[in-house]
Design a protein around this ligand. Structure first.
Ligand code: PGA
Length: 252
């Protein structure tokens, strides 16, 4: 059985003090409401220490939104996996479309980050997803296949339990446009079958696949009802308790 996994990607929002105050209220709400899903929040690097402190004692996972593709060295402005681990961060989001689009991250760069994170024993949320142009030109499956095959290159079968896939159609991110639950389910099904072809059907069966792209309180239930949708990666609607709490308690 795949346990539902809902994550909030704060992107470049909330200062350390704002993030800590919100995270503390989230931890309090989680203690009260006891959501059944696994919950993760990904603050900016500089907010991580304060947020970790704020959620101490709760089951909320605090993740990073990115990390360097090198272990250490002369890479000005970068943050390494070891630095994250030293703080107590064991999960990292990699390959988000904003990293691909604005910071030139290729599938190859993302793959080296995935391998590095796994070698450090970290859990990875690997983001994949097509642009509107790619979808319209009938290339959805080719794009997903390439992102998975290259992104997971050299990842060993036994490491796949550390991997979560987030399917995020680029055209649905921050636009208010959501893939229909049927579209999301079809893409997730394709992702699962691709992972089955690379690895095995049992690895594919156990793979948690989140949907991301304008997830909010009003659409989470219908998305989560789909067989292949195991969670959500939420951007805008993860920035306040008012919006995020109904999402993580979608099944109550
Ligand atoms: P959104 O972002 O929920 O604001 O569309 C999702 C994401 O990019 O992870």
């Amino acid at each position: 059985m795949r346990r539902p996994y809902i994550a909030g990607n704060w992107k470049m929002n909330l200062t350390p003090s704002e993030g800590a105050a919100y995270a503390a209220s989230l931890a309090e709400a989680v203690a009260k409401e006891k959501p059944s899903c696994r919950i993760m929040i990904a603050p900016s690097f500089v907010s991580i220490p304060a947020v970790l402190e704020a959620v101490k004692g709760s089951d909320i996972i605090v993740a990073a939104q990115n990390m360097a593709d090198h272990l250490a060295g002369a890479y000005t402005g970068e943050v390494s996996g070891q630095m994250l681990l030293d703080l107590g961060v064991k999960t990292v989001i990699l390959g988000h479309s904003e990293r691909r689009q604005y910071y030139g991250e290729t599938d190859e760069i993302i793959n080296s980050k995935v391998l590095l994170a796994l070698s450090l024993g970290m859990d990875v949320v690997l983001c994949v997803g097509e642009t509107l142009e790619e979808r319209k030109s009938g290339n959805l499956e080719n794009v997903l296949k390439r992102q998975l095959e290259v992104g997971l290159k050299d990842v060993k079968p036994e490491q796949m339990e550390k991997i979560t896939i987030a399917y995020e159609p680029v055209w649905a991110i921050g636009t208010g446009e959501t893939a229909t639950p049927e579209d999301a389910d079809a893409a997730h099904k394709f992702i699962r079958s691709t992972v089955a072809a690379i690895y095995s059907s049992s690895i594919a069966e156990n793979l948690v696949i989140q949907y991301g792209g304008s997830v909010k309180a009003g659409n989470v239930k219908a998305l989560m009802a789909k067989e292949n949708v195991d969670g959500a990666l939420v951007g805008g609607a993860s920035l306040s308790l008012e919006q995020f709490l109904p999402i993580i308690t979608y099944d109550k």
